[in-house]
Design a protein around this ligand. Structure first.
Ligand code: PMP
Length: 286
């Protein structure tokens, strides 16, 4: 069965799925997106992703492209048509197409909606989680509204490429005050010397990760101690554990940062436990 992409109301084979060359997403990164984990054919934490999408659209003044119910259908139909059991579904909404102009297009311009679904191999991810990943730090050169999930991802792509060049899977971005903001495509966590879980507060400079929120729920459920505060790369080098969270990785242990081995160099106990129980705490909707 050929894979298909949803574009503005139609499910099209990959080769035919395209948007207008004057789409504002293409020309100005004037678009937002969500990535939702699919597990056993079900959507993980869909309500939180849908709420964040609405917030991103609202912050940019892009009209909701369809009703929540229609959106839910598009996500499911894209997953179904692509026979994705484990993987992710990606949804992007741009402000639409119009003659290239910095000024906003006229009211009533139809947003562009694209949805695609991709399978992943859970075994490969489990194997990665058993070993943990390497991270390198670098300056956070993004704009001042990283809380909005826009497709303006060039700084993230460059950071990931630099990380890959250094043999690492993720980049941790560091602000001008020397604190880690977040990963290029994940939120950043450590467990400090006292055993406290630490992650940075949410503001305009980081994305409020859905996985981060669910992991905070899991932490509350388990009664672990947590401190919402920024940390530096030096704090991270000295940490007992480190990990990242994102919809496509859930909880992924970090075992090396900037070439320094974290603790024993093996994934930490809290990281492994949070990964184990993540889906007991997350919602799953079919
Ligand atoms: N921060 C950034 C910059 C990201 O791109 C992502 C992944 N989209 C996250 C954090 C994690 O967010 P979530 O848990 O909602 O996937």
């Amino acid at each position: 069965m050929a894979r298909v992409i949803y574009v503005n109301g139609r499910y099209l084979p990959y080769a035919q799925a395209g948007v207008h060359a004057e789409d504002r997403g293409f020309q100005f990164a004037d678009a937002v997106y969500e990535v939702i984990e699919v597990r056993g054919g079900r959507l993980i934490d869909e309500p939180r992703h849908v709420a964040r999408l609405a917030r991103s659209l609202g912050e940019l003044g892009i009209a909701a492209p369809m009703s929540p119910r229609a959106l839910a259908n598009v996500l499911r139909e894209t997953i179904r048509r692509n026979r994705v059991v484990h993987g992710v579904v990606y949804l992007q909404v741009s402000r639409g197409a119009g003659p290239r102009d910095f000024a906003m297009p006229p009211a009533g311009t139809e947003p562009t909606v694209v949805c695609l679904a991709r399978s992943s191999r859970p075994e490969a991810q489990e194997r990665a989680a058993e070993h943990g990943i390497r991270v390198v730090t670098m300056p956070d050169i993004r704009w001042g509204r990283s809380d909005i999930k826009t497709v303006m991802l060039l700084p993230a792509c460059l950071a990931k490429a630099a990380a890959a060049g250094a043999g690492a899977k993720e980049a941790w971005l560091v602000d001008r005050d020397g604190y880690v903001t977040e990963g290029a495509s994940s939120n950043a966590w450590i467990v400090d010397a006292s055993g406290q879980l630490v992650t940075r507060h949410v503001d305009d400079n980081i994305l409020a990760g859905v996985t981060r929120a669910t992991v905070l729920d899991a932490i509350a459920r388990e009664g672990y101690e947590v401190s919402i505060r920024p940390f530096t790369p030096e704090d991270a080098y000295a940490a007992r554990e480190a990990f990242i969270t994102s919809a496509s990785n859930t909880v992924m242990p970090v075992v090396e940062i900037d070439g320094r081995v974290i603790a024993s160099g093996r994934p930490g106990g809290l990281s492994r436990r949070l990964r184990q129980i993540f889906h007991q705490v997350a919602t799953a909707s079919s």
